[in-house]
Design a protein around this ligand. Structure first.
Ligand code: ADQ
Length: 512
């Protein structure tokens, strides 16, 4: 894809554009990837710069150094928009990765995207500005990227601007763009009123980017105009070609099937490693004694932290944003049935107030068996991964999923629905017991989930040696970022074909 003549090993200049970055500010899995992938690419010798909005919440914001004080000129606007670029960094084992924080009034708010579960009304304008500023600052700072790597709807206008506003700009003459889909359910759909900073989108009508005559989707713009598009797992790439799995964008993805890839996320083992994790009560490794002692101490600690009785009972954990995506609506109808057993369940999450309310009510009815912690708490998330025996991810859909990888690393068997990246990363006990690492259910129903929960409980109680064998299988799994990053490089360089051929056969069965 990168056409400039260079050897395969020549370092690439990559501008990684993301709306959140782990270590600086995070609301979900996008941030994990926006840290780990740039850090890995840089460690492989590439020159990577990350650009993100400098929200009020960004860690280290006060100490950030201003490297650019400028204005974004827009041809149709009487007044330019002033902004500053401040540098932060992501620590690595070698050279830190430079992060450009875009500081503008648009981002000087208490939250990133929403307050009280209500999205900011001008999110379209905010992220249209961010997308335009990401390219504007690159030009002004003299960074000429080989690849501009965009992530999700917030950055979808970047590929569009490269093909329009910057079509003849010397700074981007050699630049290609990539659009990574972490979650296609969020399409970034906004009224034309919000695109005043992108006159290119208004002067000429782009019907294929519209949801209706009044609304344009930023994600559609990214998918249509990026040189390459990838989903964060091969199976999600296949699902994106189906009406159901693409959340209504099958035509957009099918049109790009030659340039569509599926690259599984890695797991950042520098953050998620039971041998070194600073948040957990006792570090442990896969060896039998270490594992059983470590898990026992971590379980006890978790029980104490969430006010459950300290007891030697199977413990089921879950950490997630409270949305329908995560399958809370499959769990809620059967949770009380499951709690009839001698088990404990811990859920840590924030989000939809109705789902939170329903969980809170059950926790009040079953205080000895079910703890619901309505919080975003990274330290507690680590303690759940370490202290639980099973980790639940009954997702309605899951582009990749990171928590199942974390739980595998901690010997906490994942119980997942067979969708997206969950299917690519977990091996079901009932299908292939010898190499199994967890449990998979297929039907999108509470009953199907309950059957697998009961199944896992039987294994734990009646076949403890078999349970331990699965723990060893799980802990032997490795999802190295280095391997994923190598696939990204091959995609950047155009060394691999898109997934159309392999995806089509899958798609037939998905559509059946
Ligand atoms: N209450 C809480 N307290 C502490 N930590 C919490 C938390 N709620 C969530 N987290 C953390 O946020 C991250 C969630 O990552 P996921 O990949 O599971 O989901 P998400 O849907 O946000 O990401 C989207 O992007 C990622 C990255 O590509 C895809 O893996 C995924 O399928 C897609 O939906 C994990 O690191 C988790 O520990």
């Amino acid at each position: 894809m990168v056409t400039r003549k260079k050897s395969k090993q020549a370092p690439l200049k990559v501008l990684f554009v993301a709306s959140e970055v782990e270590g600086l500010v995070k609301t979900g899995g996008l941030a994990d990837v926006a840290k780990a992938l740039p850090v890995t690419l840089q460690a492989m010798g590439h020159d990577v710069r990350v650009v993100m909005p400098l929200y009020r919440k960004v860690a280290g914001r006060e100490q950030a150094r201003t490297v650019l004080e400028t204005e974004l000129f827009v041809s149709s606007q009487p007044q330019p928009v002033g902004y500053q670029v401040k540098t932060l960094s992501l620590e690595t084992d070698s050279d830190p990765v430079t992060v450009y924080g875009v500081d503008a009034p648009y981002f000087d708010r208490p939250e990133l995207y929403a307050e009280n579960n209500q999205a900011y009304a001008d999110n379209g304008e905010r992220f249209a500005f961010f997308s335009a500023a990401a390219l504007d600052l690159c030009d002004k700072l003299g960074f000429q990227p080989d690849v501009v790597h965009c992530n999700d709807w917030h950055t979808g206008l970047v590929p569009f601007l490269l093909r329009t506003r910057y079509a003849d700009a010397p700074c981007f003459a050699q630049t290609k763009s990539v659009m990574t889909i972490h979650n296609a359910v969020f399409k970034g759909v906004f009224n034309y009123d919000q695109y005043s900073l992108i006159p290119e989108l208004i002067q000429q009508r782009y019907v294929q980017l519209e949801m209706d005559p009044a609304h344009v989707s930023m994600l559609k713009a990214g998918v249509a105009y990026a040189d390459k598009v990838n989903a964060v797992s091969p199976n999600y790439a296949a699902e994106l070609l189906t009406e159901l799995g693409s959340h209504g964008m099958a035509a957009d993805f099918t049109a790009r099937a030659d340039d569509l890839y599926g690259i599984i996320n890695g797991c950042d083992y520098s953050d998620w490693n039971p041998e070194t994790d600073p948040y957990i009560k006792q570090n442990f490794k896969a060896g039998k004694v270490s594992l059983s002692r470590g898990k026992k101490a971590c379980k006890r600690d978790l029980q104490q932290q969430v006010d459950l009785p300290v007891a030697d009972v199977p413990l089921y954990g879950m950490v997630c944003r409270l949305t329908e995506q995560k399958g809370i609506h499959y769990l809620l109808p059967i949770l009380k049935d499951f709690l009839v057993n001698d088990v404990q369940v811990v859920i840590v999450g924030t989000g939809d107030p109705a789902l939170a309310g329903a969980l809170r009510e059950i926790s009040q009815q079953y205080p000895d068996k079910f703890a619901f912690v309505e919080a975003y708490n990274n330290a507690l998330a680590h303690c759940v991964e370490a202290g639980a025996d099973f980790f639940m991810m009954p997702s309605e859909f899951e582009p990749c999923g990171l928590n199942q990888m974390y739980s595998l690393a901690y010997g906490t068997l994942p119980i997942v629905r067979g969708v997206g990246g969950l299917k690519d990363t977990v091996i079901d006990y009932d299908q292939t017991p010898q190499v199994a690492t967890g449990f998979i259910f297929e039907a999108p129903t509470p009953e199907a989930l309950l059957i697998k929960l009961q199944r896992s409980l039987l294994l734990y109680c009646q076949q403890p040696q078999e349970f331990k064998r699965l723990q060893q299988n799980a802990m032997a799994c490795k999802f190295e970022w280095r391997e994923s990053a190598e696939q990204y490089i091959r995609m950047y360089l155009g060394e691999e074909q898109g997934v159309r051929a392999s995806v089509i056969s899958n798609t037939e069965s998905l559509n059946a």
